[in-house]
Design a protein around this ligand. Structure first.
Ligand SMILES: [Zn+2]
Length: 610
């Protein structure tokens, strides 16, 4: 099993800038501007006392420590200590009275356990370790005695409790820990029973088709293997085959607004689902070592994640769409199946506030997983710019990756060891990579990785190069999407940002944490008039996924086709064009990374005779 190097890893280059943008944006200021965190019941206030503060801390803690940002570390510590200070004598840690426990959804117990385990991994906080131990022991006692039971969210997210249990078990195993794990599973939902519900959108809200539940669940078997020593049977792959066939998107996510929504390219995907999918894939890669999970993680992380924030990361969408040429509130009936008419606006808490708190984990956990410890040494899971210093073979070793991946397809890796240190350095090679070379020579790849087992001494420089060809992939309805390496490309639509400042239910939206409608200022109804695709590299600016200065473009010959809005709407395109016959001469269009294009078309037809 691969494990994170919590305290040893430091993001660099564009990845660090991205984390800094997040820290300067809503994540780093949520406790100042949002009542559900600022005045949360978790710290003695009168506002929400369930999932919002834990969701936020689950991202803020790794963000603060990876950046070494003392101010954010103090903020995270203050919240953790305030929560611990309110723990009851028997170990119950959530903000609800004793007589209300049976009706309090235990999902929050599992979630705060996950947060405390993360905090402990970054610190030497014995008080937090003790609080976590007591909280999970208390959960064991309450479930065993029948004083509480899992229901609703707790029942559908039972496996989340395995994350804190794994932390405790790895430190000091005790029999009640696997016992609690089995109790959680016994009371929890078995998703293999629900697959029949995933094949056609239901247009109603259910736990069984809830997109965030499903994205979280994908890691459940990997967690069971780790904690209970069971064999991995490939459950995530089996379930994903069904989910992707009936609900897959061009950017490796699933549709769900907020329940599974089918394969339509204008259907929404909730932001919580994007970050939970990434987290599940990171566990699947860590447990199985199978590179497909890291490939899948990158596709979501480098496309769906950046696409759904403004460049300053102060505003986000609840729902993003693959074909999204406008983000304008629906004046009448919502286009979404179970979300309101503003779920696709960029803002503080469009539709609902879960994503406002939960999105914080996306970038930091990706950075945390870029290099991992293996039983033989270290794995570079993602060729992201980062460095780490750790002890290997009893010697201090530093590994540094310099790269602009995924915007470029090369990396320089420096291994520094003052004393001879014997260990394996493995580098994951994405499945799409061609002509993979290490120091100019064709690299040997075994099980998706370059494996260098040797005694390292002094400074060793490795240069890794890969190539990729831009190409079109087929999408439902015989449409095409363009991929290049880990990136998906979209036709950008010129955008006017219309700011909306207001107060609703006592929560202010004022710049920079205001809402925006995005109004299209250029045509979007295009098809591919040729198959040639030509990549152009541009400088990577201060905002890596900039909507104004994309670090890569792909030129394509395109022409407009008859393609109207969906019936009854004037800001959602029909799923498919009325015809594929060009109505304008072809011209060169520069496609940009999906993550850079806030208004975009991604799935488009080949024009007739192309
Ligand atoms: Zn959400």
């Amino acid at each position: 099993m691969l494990t994170p190097l919590y305290r040893e890893i430091r993001p660099e280059g564009w990845l660090r800038r991205q984390l800094e943008i997040q820290a300067h944006g809503l994540s780093g200021h949520l406790h100042e501007v949002w009542p559900d965190v600022r005045e949360s019941a978790w710290i003695g206030g009168a506002c929400e006392g369930w999932e919002r503060v834990p969701y936020w801390l689950d991202g803020l803690i790794p963000l603060a420590h990876l950046l070494g940002d003392e101010s954010l570390i103090r903020t995270a510590n203050r919240y953790v200590h305030s929560i611990i200070a309110r723990q009851q004598e028997d170990g119950w840690i959530c903000p609800c009275a004793k007589e209300e426990r049976a009706g309090y959804d235990a999902w929050a117990v599992l979630l705060i356990g996950k947060v405390l385990a993360l905090h402990c991994a970054f610190t030497d906080d014995q008080a937090a370790e003790d609080a976590l131990y007591l909280a999970m022991k208390n959960l064991h006692n309450l479930l065993q005695s029948g004083e509480i039971r899992l229901f609703d969210w707790g029942k559908f997210r039972w496996y989340e409790g395995y994350v804190p249990l794994l932390h405790l078990y790895s430190k000091k195993p005790e029999d009640w820990m696997p016992d609690l794990a089995r109790m959680l599973r016994d009371q929890g939902a078995e998703y293999e029973n629900f697959t029949g519900l995933w094949k056609r959108p239901m247009n109603k809200w259910t736990f069984e088709t809830h997109i965030v539940n499903i994205c979280m669940m994908l890691k459940s078997e990997a967690l069971c293997c780790s904690l209970l020593g069971e064999a991995y049977t490939g459950k995530a792959g089996r379930l994903l085959a069904i989910l992707e066939r009936y609900n897959g998107t061009a950017v490796g996510t699933l549709t769900g607004d907020e329940c599974l929504s089918g394969t339509g390219n204008q259907q929404g995907t909730e932001l919580c689902a994007v970050v939970e999918l990434m987290y599940s894939y990171s566990w699947l890669y860590a447990v199985t070592g199978d590179r497909q999970w890291a490939d899948r993680l990158e596709k979501a992380a480098f496309n769906a994640l950046p696409a759904t924030f403004t460049d300053d990361m102060w505003a986000h969408q609840y729902d993003q769409m693959v074909n999204q040429p406008a983000c304008i509130a629906f004046p009448g009936k919502s286009f979404f199946r179970t979300n309101n008419s503003e779920a696709h606006l960029f803002g503080l808490e469009p539709h609902y506030g879960c994503c406002t708190a939960n999105f914080s984990q996306g970038w930091p956990k990706l950075a945390l997983g870029s290099m991992l410890r293996s039983c033989a040494g270290v794995v570079i899971a993602h060729l992201l710019p980062a460095s780490m210093q750790t002890d290997l073979d009893g010697k201090s070793v530093c590994i540094r990756v310099k790269s602009d991946y995924p915007f470029r397809h090369s990396a320089s890796i420096t291994v520094s060891a003052r004393e001879p240190a014997a260990f394996e350095l493995a580098v994951r090679v994405p499945a799409w990579a061609k002509d993979v070379r290490l120091n100019g020579k064709k690299a040997a790849i075994r099980s998706g990785h370059i494996r260098l087992r040797r005694t390292w001494q002094g400074e060793t420089e490795l240069t890794l190069t890969m190539t990729a060809a831009p190409h079109m992939v087929r999408r439902p309805g015989d449409l095409r999407a363009v991929e290049y390496g880990a990136l998906v490309f979209s036709l950008p639509v010129e955008t006017e940002y219309r700011m909306k400042e207001y107060t609703q239910n006592g929560v202010a939206r004022s710049f920079p944490y205001c809402d925006y409608e995005l109004i299209p200022q250029s045509p979007w109804n295009y098809g591919f008039a040729g198959r040639a695709l030509c990549v152009r590299e541009h400088p990577i600016g201060d905002v890596p996924f900039s909507s104004l200065q994309p670090p890569l473009t792909i030129s394509a010959s395109m022409a407009q086709v008859p393609w109207d809005w969906a019936d009854g709407y004037d800001s959602v395109p029909a799923a498919y064009p009325a015809s594929r016959t060009a109505i304008t001469p072809a011209r060169e269009i520069l496609l940009v990374p999906y993550g850079c294009a806030k208004l975009r078309m991604t799935e488009m037809p080949l024009c007739r005779d192309t």
